[in-house]
Design a protein around this ligand. Structure first.
Ligand code: NAD
Length: 290
């Protein structure tokens, strides 16, 4: 009888990463530097409130101070710009993120690009995304960085493997594909990126040694779309009548894959952990005058 896939426990790995961040934050505090993150939270979108609360909690536990700037649904580009510019100048604040999505009508890429690249701990400014594509990453977006960290710490080899990424968003798919192409052990993959116009998604997915699904479509990928023994990373978070589900049909895929991430408890906790890593790194850089 076939044994079921190994569970890639993002919660446990994230705990490990957070403990390391806490040590680094403690070293900064001993030098009189309290690492601090600013979060711009605009509008009342319920999931964003939950994500921001969990980021606040994780920061507090790791010894990182947080300030949340809340704006109503009817906020304007100018109000957000003023706060970001104020934080860009604030020497006591080392990193900032803009929680997405922004209320309708506000161009999020214009807002993101106001963040000083050295404080862009979500790695989503054009400057930091461009540096990643150029092979000189500075801050890498937290979700893709978390996926790589989870694979590496779970001892899943990436170099030389065929990786299929489903989804080409600026937030997940596109930066992930570029991280996987970087030279070195954490990259060196052969990468295929699929999206809503991809023909015969199932066949492309079946070619993957490592399949990452970030499409935002509940149970888009089932066991028939997975090569036996593949490693499957489910990024999706979909709220359905049956509760929170991923983009992967867990049961049919777990029967075929060699390893799989659960939802929740897979990529989500890694995303938060990598935000902490980036924030403490920003504080270290600024402390050493970079
Ligand atoms: P997005 O909507 O911006 O992008 C979705 C991508 O999937 C698009 O490129 C689209 O072309 C592709 N796609 C959609 N339907 C498809 C289909 N049928 N076949 C092939 N490709 C298809 O979403 P996003 O921001 O990248 O997020 C993706 C999912 O990941 C969402 O469920 C989101 O909630 C989740 N997410 C989770 C975390 C986390 O920390 N776990 C972080 C970010 C996003």
């Amino acid at each position: 009888m076939k044994t079921r896939a190994r569970i890639l426990d993002g919660k446990a790995v994230a705990r490990e990463v957070r403990a390391e961040v806490k040590v680094r934050a403690g070293r900064l505090r001993e030098r009189g530097i309290v690492p601090k993150l600013g979060i711009v939270l605009a509008g009342g979108f319920a999931p964003s409130q939950i994500y921001v609360r969990s980021k606040e909690r994780a920061c507090a536990r790791a010894g990182i101070e947080v300030e949340v700037a809340r704006f109503p649904d009817e906020t304007t580009f100018e109000e957000l710009r003023d706060r970001i510019q104020e934080w860009n100048q604030d020497k006591a604040l080392h990193g900032m993120i803009v929680q997405l999505p922004l209320p309708g009508g506000i161009d999020s890429s214009k807002v993101l690009d106001l963040v000083k690249p050295g404080k862009d701990v979500d790695g989503l400014t054009s400057m930091n995304l461009g540096k990643l594509v150029a092979g000189r990453p500075e801050f890498m977006p937290a979700t893709p960085a978390g996926i790589i960290e989870l694979l590496v710490r779970s001892r899943v080899g990436i170099s030389g493997r065929r990786v299929v990424v489903v989804g080409r968003s600026e937030l997940v798919g596109k930066p992930l594909a570029n991280i996987l192409l970087l030279r070195g052990d954490r990259g060196d993959a052969t990468v295929t990126v699929c999206h809503s116009k991809t023909r015969d998604l199932a066949e492309v997915c079946r070619s993957a040694d490592i399949l990452v699904v970030a499409a935002g479509r509940a149970r888009l990928v089932d066991g028939d779309m997975v090569k036996p023994g593949a490693v499957v990373i489910d990024v999706g978070i979909n709220r359905t009548e049956q509760g929170l589900v991923g983009d992967v049909d867990f049961d049919s895929v777990a029967a075929k894959a060699s390893a799989i991430t659960p939802v929740p408890g897979g990529v989500g906790p890694m995303t938060v952990a990598m935000l902490l890593v980036n924030t403490v790194k920003a504080a270290e850089n600024q402390a050493s005058g970079e």
